[in-house]
Design a binder for this molecule. Structure first.
Ligand code: SP5
Ligand code: ZN
Length: 341
């Protein structure tokens, strides 16, 4: 399996995230990509750089132009006032407040984000663009009839919506890839999100659309981040009714229960007639993950890859979460089992 990877991810290097009353060192840090790359290198798979010429049209279709210019410019404005610190919001709009982009940098940060765990640093925009080029280069390889390709994206993407960042995510790499398949003329494209956390950004991007089926297995938002989206009764709206499927699972879920829901998800993907699959590949479902609460074991990741392969659909794997040193082992198990099946 080919991996697409750019070392420009290192430019996004947040210092601290706010969690439960304190600032903590960021879990989502550059080292993660090194851990993943180690897992890939051990298998001697080909690693390619993103194509600098790849068209960014799908990015502009997924994200609002004003949000993208916010991402591009906010750190420069912030650093004039706070040169020692990362840019992070401390106030947000809620019910009864206006949905407007204020002039103040603090107002803008609150308008374009939904948590205080997602610091914006000097290189966040460059790294996010490199991740988008990475996923789009990988998408082009799948389009050219590769059976499976891995986009080693960092920062991750599935919590980012059309005009907001959060959950360590800025540009929704998986959504951009799905849009790219549509622009290439494909129909019945699907996103299968197996990250521990609900992919709220991806869901909200495609919620009223029938051209991208979104399926997600994740921690029940009643008890886990992102809390406000990812419930079972969210099935899509308008033309998108029936094209969003959530499987919220309780804390402690292990392979036995997980795989039952995965098999159901795969049946839905088959019934839809999926032509191209984007897998939002978070491996924070592993029992070792420091911020999550599922109990998958190393061998379960091979089973996951094998089951995804059983669909027999050209598949783009896009890196999402996973915050422990063995993250590369788990990713490699998924991809190797997919390849072998
Ligand atoms: C892409 C992705 O996986 N994003 C996850 C964002 C989760 N943000 C909330 C993290 C809460 C950290 N909790 C630390 C608990 C330490 N025991
Ligand atoms: Zn996650």
């Amino acid at each position: 399996m080919i991996t697409v990877y750019s070392e420009e991810h290192r430019l996004h290097d947040g210092r601290q995230e706010f969690h439960r009353g304190k600032m903590h060192p960021c879990f989502e840090r550059p080292e993660r990509a090194e851990w993943i790359l180690d897992g890939i290198r051990q298998r001697n798979w080909e690693i390619r750089e993103p194509d600098p010429q790849v068209s960014l049209q799908p990015l502009y279709r997924i994200h609002r132009p004003r949000y993208l210019s916010f991402l591009e410019t906010i750190y420069d404005q912030w650093s004039l006032v706070h040169p020692q610190d990362d840019a992070i919001a401390h106030v947000w709009s809620c019910r009864g407040h206006r949905q407007i982009e204020p002039e103040s940098i603090y107002g803008k940060l609150g308008y374009y984000s939904y948590d205080a765990g997602t610091p914006i640093t000097a290189g966040t925009w460059s790294a996010s663009l490199a991740a988008v080029r990475t996923v789009l280069t990988a998408q082009q390889l799948v389009h050219a009839e590769a059976r499976g390709v891995f986009a080693l994206t960092r920062p991750p993407g599935h919590h980012a919506g059309a005009d907001f960042c959060g959950g360590y995510c800025f540009c929704n790499n998986a959504a951009v890839a799905a849009e790219a398949f549509l622009l290439d003329g494909l129909e019945r494209v699907a996103v299968l999100d197996v990250d521990f956390h609900h992919g709220n950004g991806t869901q909200s991007i495609f919620y009223d659309r029938s051209d991208v089926l979104c399926i997600s297995l994740h921690a029940d938002p009643a008890e886990a981040y992102p809390y406000f989206l990812g419930y079972r009764d969210e099935t899509g709206t308008g033309p998108g009714a029936g094209f969003n499927v959530n499987y919220p699972l309780p804390t402690g879920t292990a392979w036995d229960a997980y795989s039952k829901h995965l098999l159901e998800a795969l049946a839905v993907l088959r019934a839809y007639g999926t032509t191209r699959l984007v897998v939002a590949l978070g491996v924070d479902t592993c029992q070792q993950d420091p911020i999550s609460g599922f109990s998958l074991r190393a061998d379960d990741f091979a089973r996951l890859g094998e089951l995804i392969a059983s669909l027999r659909v050209p598949t783009l794997f896009v890196m999402e979460g996973g915050y422990y040193p063995a993250v590369g082992q788990m990713v490699a198990k998924v991809l190797a089992a997919f390849d072998a099946a």
